[in-house]
Design a binder for this molecule. Structure first.
Ligand SMILES: [Zn+2]
Length: 168
């Protein structure tokens, strides 16, 4: 791999090169929060990032990114992370149905600590409206663009979050 002069390597299809942590990859989201924390690579499906920005505009409040992209090797180190995880910079299983290429990252976990019930429910509604699949936990919401791999939109819950979410 080339020697990096800035901490992150961005590959967005059009541009490939080094960027600083505060580089705005797409409006509202910077390299620090979107990159793989270990490999420092930012490699997402472009359409996914467009939707992420659209969601941010629609909800009109900050969306802290708890989890960004992960290289497959970093993903393997994480307890509970699935080998097909859509957070991966190059998916070992899924392909982009339009290009036929290995699916690039198309998932994030958004931290929801301190959010009101109304804010959480509005976020889920807007995300689903935009076609995101949504995984609901008590302190974060996973969003992904699995439809890019030809998979149907889906909502799921982590642990006991289903009963919690349905009663708030
Ligand atoms: Zn996730």
């Amino acid at each position: 791999m080339q020697k990096m002069t800035n901490p992150y390597f961005l590959n967005n299809g059009e541009y490939q090169g080094d960027v600083k942590g505060d580089f705005e990859v797409v409006p509202f989201f910077i390299a620090d929060e979107l990159a793989c924390p270990k490999a420092k690579i930012i490699q997402y499906e472009p359409i996914y990032l467009c939707r992420l920005t659209t969601l941010r505009v629609m909800v009109d409040h900050s969306m802290p990114v708890n989890s960004g992209a992960r290289t497959p090797s970093y993903n393997k180190l994480l307890e509970g992370a699935h080998y097909r995880s859509l957070h991966q910079t190059i998916n070992p299983v899924h392909k982009n149905i339009r290009t036929g290429q290995a699916l690039k990252a198309c998932a994030n976990d958004i931290g929801t600590r301190g959010w009101s019930i109304a804010k959480i429910k509005n976020f889920v509604a807007k995300a689903e409206l935009l076609g995101f699949s949504v995984g609901i936990a008590k302190t974060f919401i996973h969003i992904d663009g699995r439809d890019l791999a030809g998979l149907p939109q889906h909502r799921f819950y982590y642990g006991s979050a289903k009963a919690w979410y349905e009663n708030i």
